[in-house]
Write a protein that binds this ligand. Structure first.
Ligand code: G3P
Ligand code: MG
Length: 355
């Protein structure tokens, strides 16, 4: 194994480890860096700001494009983050482009869910905010919602083409902002085969970016996440429909998220080889890591996921987020290989361990 300084001075020894950082409750709470995150991340670069240790952010959060999130994280954390280092809960939706490329699909959630999906290559995507506007009175509570909505121009021709065409799939990209409207409109879409106000029909596919029941934001106690919204939607749908709701989720703890992170970390390792001029390294195209560290705050998501993913994943649990156990405790069900106070302590351990 190599230390960071050895990596700089002995280019024949590339890193045999990588790190996946959770975001909420590990490096940020809301938009505030926590746990010495900036200092910890700076240690993964050399003095000129060149990346020396492969790392990614593996977050279930999202609602904005990876490029925009990378710019935000760079600004907040003071290190240069590239879009390829940002793996969000919805990033694996890209894999469904072949299936739904030209089909009408609805994107739900805070931020810019339709913009995110368009960037992935979906050509006929509409946000649920805009979709709801094409159906008069679909949300009877709308007049009471004083917060206002985004002002989409509702064109007559577009209205006809949208509300007479079947929605082929719904994607929950990020946290629903208006649960009552989104549950209503999704039930309309899902029970009618994608055509609100029509007869019942086969349920279109429903995809969630993740299934987090709770997460650590800026508020002292955990907030309800997308998993809570899923429970609400499922409970209502199953009460009004004979067949149970069918759905898929992609983020952590799904092994797909960890596989994907490993692939991206391998690409980064290859890049680091090239930067270090290791031209003849036999494994430069298919780098095998001895250890991949997952630093997370949510035992049922980050730790469970890394444990399920198996070798070479090594889960580390911080006490800055969802997990609030004392100094000597681990989580009883999803125990981490190591429990630390902060992300800085985790990085310190990793760099000493990899000496
Ligand atoms: O909505 C985001 C939240 O559920 C989890 O984010 O960064 O802790 O995976 P993160
Ligand atoms: Mg977290």
């Amino acid at each position: 194994f190599s230390t960071i300084s050895q990596i700089s001075s002995q280019p024949s020894k590339p890193p045999s480890f990588g790190i996946a950082f959770d975001i909420d409750g590990v490096v940020l709470r809301g938009n505030t860096p926590i746990g010495g995150a900036s200092r910890a991340l700076r240690r993964l670069y050399d003095g000129s700001g060149v990346l020396k240790v492969p790392f990614v952010f593996l977050t279930n959060g999202g609602g904005i494009r990876e490029s925009k999130r990378a710019a935000e994280l760079s600004e907040l954390l003071g290190v240069k983050i590239s879009p390829s280092q940002v793996l969000q809960g919805h990033s694996p939706f890209k894999q469904l482009v072949n299936r739904f490329e030209n089909e009408l699909i609805v994107a739900v959630g805070k931020g810019e869910p339709a913009v995110v999906m368009s960037e992935y290559g979906f050509k006929n995507v509409i946000s649920i905010d805009e979709y709801a506007l094409y159906f008069d009175n679909i949300d009877p509570l709308a007049p009471y919602k004083k917060w206002g909505t985004i002002d989409f121009a509702v064109h007559r021709t577009r209205k006809c083409s949208i509300n007479s065409k079947r929605v082929q799939a719904a994607f929950i990209v990020s946290d629903s902002v208006d649960w009552s409207r989104d549950i209503q409109v999704l039930c309309d879409i899902l029970r009618t085969g994608g055509l609100p106000a029509s007869e019942e029909g086969p349920q279109p596919p429903l995809y969630f970016a993740h299934d987090d029941l709770k997460y650590q934001g800026a508020f002292p106690s955990e907030r309800l996440g997308m998993g809570a919204f899923r429970i609400a939607l499922e409970s209502v749908f199953n009460s009004i429909h004979a067949e149970a709701l069918k759905y898929t989720y992609f983020g952590k703890p799904n092994p797909v998220a960890f596989k994907n992170a490993e692939v991206v970390l391998k690409q980064q390792a290859s890049f680091i080889y090239r930067e270090l001029n290791i031209v003849n390294h036999a494994n430069s195209g298919s780098h095998d890591f001895q250890t991949l560290y997952m630093i997370g705050d949510n035992p049922a998501v980050d730790i469970k996921g890394a444990r399920q993913a198996g070798n070479p994943w090594f889960p580390i649990l911080t006490r800055t987020g969802v997990f609030k156990g004392d100094h000597h405790s681990n989580h009883p069900e999803f125990s981490a290989n190591m429990v630390v106070d902060t992300v800085e302590e985790a990085v310190d351990f990793i760099l000493r361990n990899e000496h």
